[in-house]
Design a protein around this ligand. Sequence first.
Ligand code: VGL
Ligand code: ZN
Length: 204
Amino acid sequence: MKALILVDLQNDFLPGGALAVPEGHQVIPIANKLQAVFPIVVATQDWHPANHGSFTASHPGKQVFEQVDLNGLPQTLWPVHCVQGTWGAELAAALNHAGIAKIFPKGTDPGIDSYSGLFDNGHRKSTGLGEWLRAQGVNEVFLCGLATDYCVKHTALDAAQVGFKTRLIQDACRGVNLRPDDVQSAIEEMKRAGVVIVQSAELE
Ligand code: VGL
Ligand code: ZN
């Protein structure tokens, strides 16, 4: 069975948000259309405590987008975003919420980030998403959302690694591109890991 994973379609990643992904809002109508095609739809939600270690504000003297060591893992520093209970952390209002079977929060531990919807960046703890999908009989996942070069990529790599047939719906994703080639490199990396790239028009 197939499932659609909506990755981090939250206000802070959309234009006007704290960590806006360029053109991020353009994927919302595509995500809404795609939901009709899948028997199961789930969403991930970046859900940080206010003192999260990925926030520049948690590292006095450091600059946004600088790399630091966070408890033994490389960490890019981000503006404060997706703080639990704030508007920025909410799923976009324009996203169809009614069809979402379950929402999986991630990034809740202040000491470690979680780009992937399945595991934290150290692969220390599971969010339960992979196990939940398996329990529903899902063996194939399709990803859309934000951001291609961070949370979408890591969710896809982990899904493929734990054995799901994994598809990236390319036009239903947008990336940050801190470096201009980051989205392209992310797509190449996903392909090398066995992720198949598809377009939304092939699925409708
Ligand atoms: C994300 C950076 C920090 C994402 C989340 O959803 O891609 N990126 N937190
Ligand atoms: Zn985050």
